[in-house]
Structures are given as C-alpha cells and as structure tokens.
Design a protein around this ligand. Sequence first.
Ligand code: GDP
Length: 175
Amino acid sequence: PSEPGSPYRVVLLGSSGVGKTAFASIFAGAADSMDSDDCELCGDEMCEKEIEVDGESAVLTLFDTWDAENDNEHYMQTGDAYLLLYSITDRTSFLRASELRITLRRFRPAQYTPIILVGNKCDLVRRREVSVSEGRACAAVFDCKFIETSAAMQHNVWEAFRGIVRQLRLRRDSK
Ligand code: GDP
C-alpha cells in the first residue's frame, strides 16, 4: 500500500506551449477548461490527487513549472518523478527536452529518478516535426520511458501518469 501523507511529487517540465497546462488540467479533472490559463481545481503551480493504478491507490502532487524556460533549479530538486514534455510539432521543444534531461541528470546524478519523455500533440499529424522513432531513440539514450500523447484528445495522458506511478513503485519495491 502507498504511504498516506507522503504523496509522490511529479513535475511537468518542457518548453512553453508544449501542453503542460493542458496536462495539469486533465490531471485536475478540468479537461473542459483546457483553453483557460488557470486551473481552478489546482493552486497556481500544483495540484494533489489520489489515483488508482493497478488496483492500488497513489497520491500524486503535480507541479506545473510555468517557468521552465529558465532552468528552474528548485523543480529540478523537488520532484520524485518527471514528465518531460515536448510537442511533436516543434523540434525546438524536442531539443529543449534533451537539454532539460541533461540538467536533471546533473541534479540527480546518483539516484534513480523516474522520467518519462512525452511527445505531446500527436493529434496534429500534419504538423509533425519529430518522428516517433526519434522520440523513442532519444528516450533510449537518456534511459527513460517514452510515450506519445494528445492532451487535446485526452489520449495517453492518464497512461503517462500511471506509467510514472508504476516506475515509482518499482523503485520503492526494489529498496
Ligand atoms: P504550456 O505552455 O506547456 O502550459 O502549454 P499549454 O498547455 O498552455 O498548451 C499550449 C497550446 O497548445 C494551447 O493552445 C493548448 O490548447 C494546445 N495544446 C496542448 N496540448 C495539445 C494537444 O495535445 N493537441 C493540440 N492540438 N493542442 C494542444
């Protein structure tokens, strides 16, 4: 069973415009307000929620790093796990995700921190600039999991959160 009172801190990282706010809105259950800038169910930067994964509940606190353009050292040190987002329609955001991965490694040299590389906006097929195989290859190099999502279509977003919980449990169980 998960330890009550000690939620997992999950941090959303990525360039501006890749869909972090949309992810946070879905997490908060406010998917309909994807276009609004603020998420009423969350604080400005965080939202806590209990979700069930594989028949076991887990409490996640989600941090949406609105200021990810500056290397935000605070977030690099706060997270138990990271969703590293880019947009498949924006190669620059993909390169930025690599940079953020390297920065993360600097802050987390020794310990194993679950990270999932997330290629968002996979609904925008005609505007794709980053192929699935490039995303997968990048994740392999960086030793993290990979998933493509569409926050707009609510495709694979919860799968990404569940993936994070599964990895956190693997780490917990191997201690
Ligand atoms: P943030 O800056 O990382 O928080 O990005 P936002 O969540 O604000 O998203 C930026 C823009 O992309 C908004 O207009 C969203 O509606 C849009 N967006 C986010 N995710 C998706 C997606 O999966 N597909 C599409 N088509 N648009 C998306």
